[in-house]
Design a protein around this ligand. Structure first.
Ligand SMILES: [Zn+2]
Ligand SMILES: [Zn+2]
Length: 343
């Protein structure tokens, strides 16, 4: 099969590789679409240490069932499917509590951090365990389905936040996940959603997908607007979707007393926190990692058009052009959001 292999750092090459082995509980998927994740782009230069070459990256994919392992009885060849980006074990303490995102043995597809190497979906075929496979709703394209991982991260973050009907929310960071958090908050019943980002194009997208206000925190006072929108109190909930000191402070300071801050961004390993503000106002801090069981609802939300992912897909290109698109993403070409490759 054809595969886009990271041969060495900064060197992606389309190569011939043997098809993956299909275990008894596995499903062999003929990949139809696979999105390039920010983490794949960071994987290119080895800075994260999570993609030791040689590795076929890619974990945001959808395709068609090509072959089934002997134990898989409830799918058939030709079924349209997507799969979790993470292979969770299903038997550890956390998996049994329904927290597969915290699995003790989780392996991300298309990642090779040293302890394991699991080739991903920038290839014609990928083999994944049945337990992480989800059938696609009718009418949902492969390209949109490939956005399910990103959406599931947003829906999970909103799901573990105490959002109530009519709440005012602040979302700091309007990249891919932030734009999906905005939409999930609207679906969850939020009244006013205030988005913040330092990139004008992203702010425009934020308005397009439903943010009531979209501001640059360098020139506008986001906490002041949040107070103004809530009779002087501040937002009920806030989301930090960057992972740095300043956005975190903006999010925290936008909250009312007793408000909840959910932290999704994790760019920096360490940040400064406005501690006294958080403690004396009894702000609740919540980390949010990946997703745990949100795929089916996310697929439905996209199929029904309740969450719009098309504005976030910048390009759909053949796998052959993969290396060039990686390069453009790596050089941070302005205006590029999700690029989906088609093997
Ligand atoms: Zn991803
Ligand atoms: Zn587990």
């Amino acid at each position: 099969m054809k595969a886009l292999l990271l041969k060495e750092y900064m060197k992606l090459e389309l190569v011939e590789m043997p098809e993956p082995d299909v275990g008894a509980d596995d499903v062999l998927v003929r990949v139809q679409a696979c999105g390039i994740c920010g983490s794949d782009v960071h994987g290119l230069d080895g800075s994260t240490g999570r993609r030791l070459p040689p590795i076929v990256m890619g974990h945001e994919a959808a395709g068609v069932v090509a072959r089934l392992g002997g134990q898989v009885k409830d799918l058939k060849e030709g079924d349209r499917v997507t799969f979790d980006s993470t292979v969770w074990c299903g038997v550890c303490h956390y998996c049994r509590r329904g927290q597969a995102n915290l699995c003790d043995h989780r392996q991300v597809l298309g990642v090779s951090p040293g302890e394991y190497r699991r080739h991903g979906a920038f290839a014609e075929y990928v083999a994944v365990p049945r337990r992480i496979v989800y059938p696609l709703p009718e009418g949902l394209s492969f390209e949109r389905a490939a956005m399910v991982e990103a959406l599931s991260v947003a829906v999970h973050a909103v799901g573990i936040t105490p959002v109530r009907l009519g709440d005012t929310a602040v979302v700091v960071g309007s990249g891919m996940i932030g734009l999906l958090v905005i939409q999930a908050l609207k679906r969850a019943g939020c009244g006013r959603v205030i988005a913040a980002d330092i990139d004008e194009a992203r702010l425009k997208l934020a308005r397009e997908v439903g943010a009531d206000d979209a501001l640059d925190p360098r020139t506008a006072d986001v906490p002041a607007l949040a107070r103004q929108a809530t009779g002087g109190r501040g937002a009920d909930v806030a989301f930090e979707v960057v992972g740095a000191t300043e956005p975190l402070a903006t999010a925290a300071k936008s909250l009312r007393k007793g408000g909840a801050l959910t932290m999704v961004g994790n760019l920096s390993p360490q940040v400064e926190l406005p501690l006294q503000w958080v403690v004396t106002r009894e702000v609740r801090l919540q980390g949010s990692c990946a997703s745990a069981g949100e795929y089916p609802v996310c697929l439905e939300l996209m199929a029904r058009g309740e969450v719009k992912v098309d504005p976030l897909i910048s390009a759909v290109a053949p796998l052959e052009e993969g290396a060039a698109w990686f390069d453009r993403l790596y050089r941070r070409e302005p205006g590029l959001m999700k690029v989906v490759l088609r093997p």
